[in-house]
Write a protein that binds this ligand. Structure first.
Ligand code: BGC
Length: 348
């Protein structure tokens, strides 16, 4: 069921929120977020009739549920602006993506939108592109600030602050009847299904979901953190193993994204566990299938990773580069907590 049209939602979320200051955490470098003046240009369907441009878009991997939503939105908004858009699949291989970037440079694209395979390769990517003076909009996988600084005025990042999504996951657990302590032993016992360990989203969601619990004065016990690389099948297998090993001890299953939460849910159901009764389960992204499970009570909650808002901001930043206008260094889009009460509106 589609509650609001994609276009309406796009308009509603078109304004990119001003950013605060990001503080260093867990050894990662501090980055100062510039306030955003991103126009809601992408929301406008007025095509840039003349002044058309060629945009190259590099996605880390097409076989990623969330990035599939994101790239579909982005393609639509850029085409609405009258641009010629080519989107390529990095197949989760940095060498493949680097070749694709080189091909785009040979073709003389006007702007590159890049979702890097490896954020640690972002500096090399910038160094490769710099001589051509082609502007870069990095998306979804946040490079170090030093990388953006090294190509100032020609390079920006559009994303969401993953700490917020982690905090929301912890809050979703605190809002349950038992506040996560189903067996009443005074501590919240959990397992964590983690995304790509190099990805800041995975790092922050892992850290901040638990921080929300400890900040609220809760005692926590981590049984195991599984490296599931954002992948549903891997999470399904790991959670099946965890259930065999730890059984009823597991009170909460935290998943860094919904794909893994859906895998976890399959294993929980197979093991006869009931979410909301003898276990809690949270994800991030608000994929339609996950949101439906929240509505049905099979997931405790999820967090909207706003693909529409981020694609809107990325298209708006691209347009500013095409037009030669001033572009900020960071554009941030808010996450939204999705509970049984508000979930229906997030089914796309
Ligand atoms: C999403 C994941 C996705 C990853 C790709 C994250 O923000 O939550 O679902 O796999 O981005 O980089």
């Amino acid at each position: 069921m589609k509650m609001i049209s994609r276009r309406d939602f796009l308009k509603a979320s078109a304004v990119v929120g001003a950013a605060g200051v990001l503080t260093a955490c867990g050894g990662s470098s501090a980055s100062t977020a510039a306030s955003s003046t991103a126009a809601s240009a992408a929301a406008s369907s007025t095509a840039a009739a003349s002044g058309s441009a060629n945009i190259g878009v590099c996605i880390y991997q097409f076989a990623d549920n969330f990035m599939t939503l994101y790239r579909t939105d982005l393609e639509e908004y850029l085409k609405d602006m009258g641009y010629a858009v080519t989107i390529v699949d990095g197949k989760n291989d940095q060498n493949t993506q680097t070749e694709q970037i080189n091909t785009f440079l040979q073709q003389g694209v006007d702007v590159l939108v890049i979702n890097p395979v490896q954020t640690t390769s972002a500096q090399t990517i910038v160094d490769t592109i710099k001589p051509s003076e082609t502007p870069i909009v990095f998306i979804n996988r946040e490079p170090d600030k030093s990388v953006l600084d090294s190509y100032a005025d020609k390079c920006c990042y559009v994303g969401a602050d993953a700490r917020q999504s982690g905090t929301y996951q912890g809050e979703l657990i605190l809002e349950t009847e038992t506040q996560g302590d189903i067996n009443g032993d005074g501590k919240i016992t959990y397992i964590m299904c983690k995304g790509d360990p190099e990805n800041i989203d995975a790092q922050y969601r892992t850290e901040y979901s638990i921080k929300a619990l400890t900040d609220a004065g809760k005692e926590v016990e981590c049984l195991y953190e599984y490296l599931d690389n954002w992948d549903q099948t891997t999470a399904q297998q790991d959670v099946a193993n965890a259930l065999a090993q730890y059984g009823e001890k597991i009170e909460v299953v935290f998943c860094n994204n919904d794909a893994m939460a859906l895998g976890a849910l399959q294993s929980l159901q197979q093991a006869g566990r009931t979410v909301g009764k003898d276990v809690y389960l949270v994800g991030v992204d608000a994929l339609s299938e996950a949101v439906q499970n929240v509505v049905d009570g099979n997931m405790t909650g999820t967090v909207l990773n706003d693909d529409v808002g981020q694609a809107t901001a990325a298209a708006a930043a691209t347009k500013l580069y095409v037009e030669g206008s001033k572009v900020e260094q960071y554009y941030w889009v808010d996450y939204v907590k999705v509970t049984k009460e508000n979930a229906a509106q997030y089914i796309k």
